[in-house]
Design a protein around this ligand. Structure first.
Ligand code: NAD
Length: 304
């Protein structure tokens, strides 16, 4: 198949592209390299260096004649979204609408949108958070990603399939260690450099961490489905930041005490998503446990 991957030079998108190419698909990566890297790009993929908010995006999409558009590109920083919500909304809402609109000028009616689950639901009313939980994002990033999902759902009759994957905290090789998110990557880098990590709050806040290859497996399952859905993709397991750090210290054999700082604006106390629907709908279960995933991520950081 001919598949477009927006954001295919970024962390998760690049892993997806590698799998698609290995499976024999022809892939066009659309990415403005704002956070993505040329070094992430699969050399067998076609590449257009373009911002999705540019008007020529529709010509780029039309001329490739895709069968599927998978939309990973986004402004992903919560703090950028807070400091510059217009920039965030422009990329995540307007840019997303331009990609979706361009699809309607092609024969393609199969759209996969990579949304956030972690920043979507707000402070949980119950755990684990399933897809029926009220949606109440507390950051402009969560709001812009949700707004795009709403637009897609509102127009889904114009499309055969709109498939939405709401991801928990994704980690693994290739994730930027210098951003604000990606705690496993940030901790890996610090631990391997013998520097203390910073934990915001008391470290008892919980998250669920899903390994990037498991996310790609879910994406590939979604690709095969002939229906529309919104589904969480998560480990379903609550891990506190203190537990994460202890596990990483133990696996690396490098124990340095952590520095504790004030909680950051926009950070939830608990965020654990149910993956029950993903199992029912996609026949998907996460296969890489946290210990294995951390080991692979630490190995990747020490080799790069
Ligand atoms: N990493 C996570 O834990 C996580 C969790 C939930 C959801 N997500 C979602 O997964 C997707 C991929 O995130 P990631 O972690 O790989 O981040 P990333 O920053 O590595 O990837 C985003 C990619 O999009 C590109 N991009 C950004 N704005 C663009 C624009 N206007 N035009 C063209 N390209 C643009 C960037 O250059 C980058 O290559 C995003 O949609 C994000 O919201 C990520």
């Amino acid at each position: 198949m001919k598949i477009i991957v927006t954001g295919g030079a970024g962390f998760i998108g690049a892993h997806a592209v590698n799998h698609l190419i290995d499976d024999g698909h022809r892939v066009l990566v659309i990415d403005d390299l704002s956070t993505g890297k040329l070094s992430n790009l699969n050399p067998k993929a076609d590449f257009e260096n373009i911002d999705i908010t540019e008007s020529r995006i529709s010509d780029v999409i039309k001329s490739f004649e895709p069968s599927v558009i998978s939309h990973f590109a986004a402004q992903t920083s919560v703090s950028i979204s807070t400091n510059n919500p217009i920039l965030d909304a422009n990329s995540n809402i307007i840019g997303s609408m331009k990609v979706f609109d361009a699809m309607h000028q092609t024969e393609c009616r199969n759209f996969i949108y990579i949304n956030t689950g972690g920043a979507l639901y707000g402070e949980p009313k119950y755990l684990p958070v399933d897809e029926k939980h009220p949606i109440n994002p507390i950051s402009p990033y969560g709001l812009s990603k949700w707004t795009a999902e709403r637009y897609f759902l509102m127009q889904k009759n114009a499309c055969d399939y709109v498939k939405i994957l709401r991801l928990a905290n994704v980690y693994g090789p290739g994730q930027d260690a210098f951003g604000e998110a990606g705690v496993v990557s940030i901790f890996s880098n610090k631990i391997l450099s013998n520097e203390p990590v910073t934990i915001f709050g008391d470290g008892k806040q919980t998250r669920d961490f899903v390994y990037v290859s498991d996310v790609v497996d879910a994406f590939k399952q979604a690709l095969k489905k002939d229906e529309s859905f919104s589904v969480n993709i998560s480990s379903g397991e609550a891990v506190s930041i203190n537990e994460l750090y202890d596990l990483m210290s133990q696996i690396s054999g490098n124990v340095i005490s952590a520095n504790y700082e004030d909680v950051r604006y926009g950070d939830l106390l608990h965020s654990v998503l149910s993956n029950k629907l993903a199992t029912e709908l996609l026949g998907w279960v996460p296969r890489v446990d946290l210990g294995q995933g951390i080991k692979r991520t630490l190995d990747w950081h020490s080799a790069n």
